[in-house]
Design a binder for this molecule. Structure first.
Ligand SMILES: CC(C)(COP(=O)(O)OP(=O)(O)OC[C@H]1O[C@@H](n2cnc3c(N)ncnc32)[C@H](O)[C@@H]1OP(=O)(O)O)[C@@H](O)C(=O)NCCC(=O)NCCS
Length: 192
């Protein structure tokens, strides 16, 4: 079984422009401020509540921290390296459960289009493959979510199949993507 539970502690990861640190309760106000916007949620899976309740971030962050305490999932707050430590986005990682839901992310709208999520996702992929030695990462996207799909393409994910999924905006085409450790290493020029 390549996915060992419970997971180790969530490490602090750094990229050129970001610090990825463990999510914490103090992040609730920033999540409630940055997340509940239609452009943010419309392509997300239907389990995201919409309209988003006033205590939506609190419920979600508490649930995440419970899963984290059980060692089931990693949750990172994205913060700017030279900023004030405020959460500006999230990235999550969890072992395979056959659902294509191993990694998820969102970023506050004012930061879109600067390559920041690609940077964060690169660091998380490196952690999954180099440190955890996971054999693959499988994810799904709403095919209408061009920004998210493009990140997978840039990172070398292969489109495995296309189906149908339930999203906040309704039923839409769903793309299922896989990146193997082997493909990731060969793109990075590793010998083996
Ligand atoms: C998806 C999301 C995380 C992208 O964050 P980001 O920091 O803007 O992403 P990046 O800048 O690293 O990369 C986005 C890529 O998609 C491209 N892109 C963005 N919107 C696009 C569109 N409508 N059509 C085509 N390409 C698009 C960008 O040009 C960029 O590619 P490039 O580097 O080749 O130019 C952000 O838009 C977001 O939080 N969306 C809402 C939540 C969400 O959809 N999460 C993912 C669920 S699967």
């Amino acid at each position: 079984m390549p996915f060992h539970l419970p997971l180790p502690e969530t490490p602090r990861l750094e990229t050129d422009r970001l610090v990825l640190r463990p999510l914490r309760l103090e992040d609730i106000p920033a999540v409630q401020r940055h997340f509940p916007h239609w452009a943010m949620v419309c392509h997300l899976v239907a389990k995201v509540p919409w309209p988003y309740p006033d205590d939506g971030a609190e419920i979600n962050v508490r649930e995440c921290l419970e899963k984290r305490a059980r060692g089931e999932q990693f949750y990172w707050a994205l913060t700017l390296k030279h900023g004030d430590d405020e959460l500006i986005g999230r990235i999550d990682l969890r072992p395979d459960a056959g659902l294509g839901a191993m990694r998820g992310f969102w970023l506050a709208q004012e930061y879109w289009g600067r390559g920041l999520m690609t940077e964060a996702a690169d660091a998380v992929n490196a952690f999954a493959f180099e440190v955890l030695d996971w054999p693959f990462i499988e994810v799904t996207t709403n095919s209408a979510n061009r920004g998210s799909q493009r990140i997978k393409e840039k990172q070398g994910f292969t489109l495995v199949y296309v189906g149908v999924g339930g999203y906040v905006e309704g039923e839409r085409e769903m793309s299922f993507w896989r990146l193997t450790q082997e493909a990731w290493r060969s793109r990075r020029g590793y010998a083996g």
